[in-house]
Write a protein that binds this ligand. Structure first.
Ligand code: MN
Length: 476
């Protein structure tokens, strides 16, 4: 279970009794937080920082604990912030500054100097906030009484984003084949991806999958076919084409397990040894939280895996998508987003159908794929691009809608959405920002989640939504 350490701040100026009370109050707060957050994370109390040495010991413990995904700090009393410098300089995990109080209301009738000295986050948290700002440490501040639902939900968000960042630092992307020839936005600096986000991007030839697929036993393929027919409607007579995909998924699963892979890419230009472009195989794996990027897009493969991790405790769908085509009816503009085949099954509004159709490009056999209409509701579209000297995340609020009419001749899964605040500003803003045609769409995550991820990873962020104006996008 992932863990957050809770590190309170005080000092020895107020005597032993005060420090005992600080520890007791913090234990009660931690117990309360555990009751509220136990589906996402556990919270563990560390010794109160009274000296620089204790701070270093606490942070060292957080850094050395692989289960620890982040740290919460709070100043119960005043805590001179020079004591925090050396410890904070060692901290590389996400940091939450909880600006709260043990008491909700002031005890007007009984308040005295002892009470004021014990409960002075208003004083101590400002001293502490200064040193975080002075040291330039990226962090989240959550302000309010710690039992308030709004405060709890923001701590929960921090825990989910911290878990995603921890996952990110352990993400291995297997790239089968290279970047699609001549495509710009899917390419970039792999080395910088590993330095900033921890993504190990490693190359293998697609023949590795072809070999494992050839070696898969009929029993393994039968079991995978059963998984497909249990979950999906078989809407083709070409069972052999579906078995080819089942064979690929068996191969990918073996490769993923053996090499501890979180995400993978392929490229339809390089399918040597494969008869079909992986369709169902990729779609079904994405439904299990495995990141995927077509055309060698290692950034979206890794980013989609990280965002699926961030969303794992929430309702809603999260996954890769490609911007494809528009309905430009004035005032009612809609986007149809899809891909050649590889739309994550998480987006299915109903039971997907397994179909086999020709693929116009790639020159391979007709691939089996899952076809479905998409989920609806408020969501975000988010992407990550390499600007040469930095990465940029672009996050747009969207509304996923039901397709207005059936599309009986379209042989791929799809989602549809409306841009915010409107088509003109939403899509022009995306173009100005250099947003990719590959992105992650989520009905589980919000702009605030992405903003926190961007802040804690030191990534530039551009957001587009109902509060975006034409003047805003002219400044991008
Ligand atoms: Mn694509």
């Amino acid at each position: 279970m992932s863990k957050l350490y809770f590190i309170p701040g005080s000092q020895d100026l107020y005597g032993e009794e005060c420090l005992r009370q600080v520890a007791a109050d913090c234990a009660e707060m931690v117990s309360f937080l555990n009751g509220k957050l136990n589906d996402v994370v556990t919270v563990e109390l560390l010794p109160t920082v009274e000296t620089s040495r204790i701070c270093v010991e606490d942070i060292r413990r957080a850094e050395n604990d692989d289960d620890c995904v982040g740290v919460i700090t709070w100043m119960h009393t005043f805590s001179p912030a020079k004591m925090w410098i050396k410890g904070l300089q060692m901290l590389r995990k996400p940091l939450l500054h909880l600006h709260t109080q043990f008491n909700e209301k002031l005890p007007y009738d009984t308040i005295d100097m002892d009470f004021m000295n014990l409960n002075q986050a208003a004083h101590g948290d400002r001293e502490y906030g200064f040193i975080l700002a002075r040291l330039g440490i990226a962090h989240e501040v959550v302000a309010g009484y710690y039992k308030n639902e709004k405060v709890i939900s923001r701590i929960r968000r921090f825990a989910e984003v911290a878990k995603a960042i921890s996952f990110s630092k352990n993400t291995l992307v297997a790239t089968f084949g290279n970047n699609m020839r001549d495509v710009a936005v899917t390419d970039g600096n792999r080395l910088e991806c590993e330095i900033r986000y921890g993504w190990e991007i490693k190359y293998w030839g697609i023949g590795e999958i072809g070999k494992l697929a050839d070696e898969a036993s009929e029993e393994e393929v039968d079991a995978k076919m059963k998984e497909y027919t249990d979950k999906y409607t078989m809407a083709t007579d070409n069972i052999e084409a579906v078995r080819v995909q089942a064979r690929y998924e068996v191969a990918f699963e073996k490769f993923i397990a053996k090499n501890h892979v979180s995400a993978f890419t392929d490229n339809f230009q390089d399918l040597f040894g494969l008869k079909q472009l992986p369709g169902i195989a990729a779609q079904n794996l994405m439904g299990k939280g495995i990141g995927f990027g077509p055309e060698g897009d290692y950034k979206i493969a890794a980013f989609s895996a990280v965002l699926m991790k961030m969303a794992e405790a929430r309702k809603g769908a999260t996954g890769f998508i490609e911007d494809y085509t528009y309905d430009l009816t004035e005032g009612e503009e809609l986007e149809l987003a899809s891909h050649m085949l590889e739309v994550p099954v998480s987006f299915a509004a109903g039971k997907p159908a397994i179909e086999v159709h020709p693929l116009g490009i790639g020159g391979k056999e007709d691939p089996a794929r899952l076809v479905f209409d998409g989920v609806t509701g408020d969501g975000i579209q988010v992407t990550l691009v390499d600007m040469g000297d930095h990465f940029r995340i672009i996050c747009a609020d969207i509304e996923l809608v039901a397709q207005p009419k059936p599309m009986p001749k379209l042989p791929v899964a799809r989602i549809m959405y409306r841009h915010k605040p409107n088509f003109e500003i939403g899509t022009a803003g995306w173009c100005y920002a250099g947003g990719a045609h590959h992105s992650v769409v989520s009905t589980a995550l919000t702009r605030e989640d992405i903003a926190l991820f961007a802040k804690l990873t030191g990534t530039e962020l551009i957001t587009i939504g109902d509060d975006t104006t034409m003047a805003d996008i002219q400044r991008i």
